[in-house]
Design a protein around this ligand. Structure first.
Ligand SMILES: [Zn+2]
Length: 200
């Protein structure tokens, strides 16, 4: 089944690959230069989405190995025939400097918590400071939770201990969405699923 985002786009024009003479066998779909390939770190952590061409260059150079091949399509050079990869993995681990967590926003907290109230699991539309700001609580990922309007009003400026309430989650910075919005349904590939963060 094709992802919805591809509907109606039709086959992309086949263009000759620049650079080394890699000849692609005819295949309905897109040229290797634009096929997208999930690049994994040696630790199997997803790093990036690269073009098929870039992935093959890494494989040919011995820097990456093909983890999942696409069901069809071979790329031939004078000496080798390579399967077009869907997923490749670097042979050597690379350290990636991770950016600081994003700023705390209402939308971000609601999204992180799946719009569920941290106290009663009802649908949440507000953000609560677990330790109220009036009592020194910070506007941080660790201190902000999604909260339904009812719980928020009941809680007001009180502490959880004073109410006998408990958090259903341990709040913290949102999971690093490896490349931000890259994992949206319209862009991900079913072959990548085992390596993608779950959409929780
Ligand atoms: Zn609630």
């Amino acid at each position: 089944m094709k992802p919805a985002g591809h509907a109606g786009r039709g086959p992309a024009p086949v263009r000759p690959l620049p650079g080394p003479s890699l000849h692609r066998e005819p295949e309905p779909g897109r040229p290797v230069a634009v096929l997208r390939v999930l690049l994994l770190n040696a630790s199997h952590e997803p790093l990036a989405v690269v073009t098929g061409r870039r992935a093959l260059v890494l494989v040919v150079a011995g820097k990456a190995e093909c983890v999942v091949e696409r069901p069809s399509g071979l790329v031939r050079s004078p000496s080798v025939a390579l399967a077009v990869p869907a997923v490749v993995r670097l042979r050597r681990y690379v350290r990636v400097p991770y950016p600081a967590p994003p700023a705390v926003t209402r939308a971000g907290v609601l999204k992180r918590d799946g719009r569920r109230c941290a106290y009663c699991q009802a649908r949440a539309d507000t953000v609560d400071h677990v330790l109220p700001r009036s009592r020194g609580g910070g506007h941080t990922w660790e201190n902000c939770v999604a909260c339904c309007a009812r719980c928020n009003a009941r809680k007001a400026d009180r502490l959880l201990e004073e109410l006998g309430w408990a958090l259903s989650i341990t709040p913290g910075p949102p999971r690093r969405g490896v490349l931000g919005r890259m994992w949206g349904n319209e862009e991900s590939d079913p072959a990548w699923e085992p390596w993608l963060p779950s959409a929780a």
